[in-house]
Write a protein that binds this ligand. Structure first.
Ligand code: GNR
Ligand code: NI
Length: 164
């Protein structure tokens, strides 16, 4: 699938909850995983592939064989603060740290519609918070200073020109 590039306005659309867990959803999840592995990235939100549904895929395993699929994710508890340098497949070449919760508990469903809870810390915690932001239409660079955002926009526009 094609990954939208910042500042594409579709990155600001808000995703809707998934209420039908059918074969089409499984196909979409598997296409998203393939897109994330090919990129390569450690996470991908449906928003980034122009699908306005609350679907996140991640895989932080070394062998890239332990996907975690989070549908309709909700952060139900947080603690602590962490600053980890983040990157984003929709904002290539930009790496900046952002304030996040250190530990999170998330409730979600898998692609079969089964509910589960996951407790995350470290990079997985940051990654899930980064992906949930995408579902709300928020890109991590929007936490940065105006000056940094202006510089990033200029860089992205230059990249877009070079792609043409
Ligand atoms: O591949 C990715 N790496 C990453 C590194 C630190 C914090 C978050 C991420 S997510 C990112 C993939 C992406 O853009 N997901 O939306
Ligand atoms: Ni991202």
């Amino acid at each position: 699938m094609k990954i939208l590039q910042y500042p594409d306005e579709r990155l600001h659309l808000v995703a809707s909850r998934v209420d039908v867990f059918d074969e089409a959803l499984k196909t979409l999840v598997s296409d998203m995983l393939e897109t994330m592995y090919a990129a390569p990235g450690v996470g991908l939100a449906a928003t980034q592939v122009d699908v306005q549904k609350q679907i996140i895929v991640t895989d932080l395993s070394e062998n890239r064989d332990k996907p975690v699929v989070l549908i309709n994710p909700e952060i139900i508890a947080t603690s602590g603060r962490s600053y980890i340098e983040e990157g984003c497949l929709s904002v290539p070449g930009i790496f900046e740290s952002v304030e996040r919760a250190e530990n999170i508990t998330v409730s979600a469903r898998n692609q079969d519609g089964e509910p589960f809870e996951i407790r995350a810390d470290g990079l997985l915690s940051v990654c899930i918070q980064h992906e949930i932001d995408h579902l709300k239409g928020k890109v991590f660079v929007e936490y940065l200073s105006r000056l940094k955002q202006t510089r990033i926009l200029a860089k992205m526009k230059k990249l877009a020109r070079e792609r043409m």
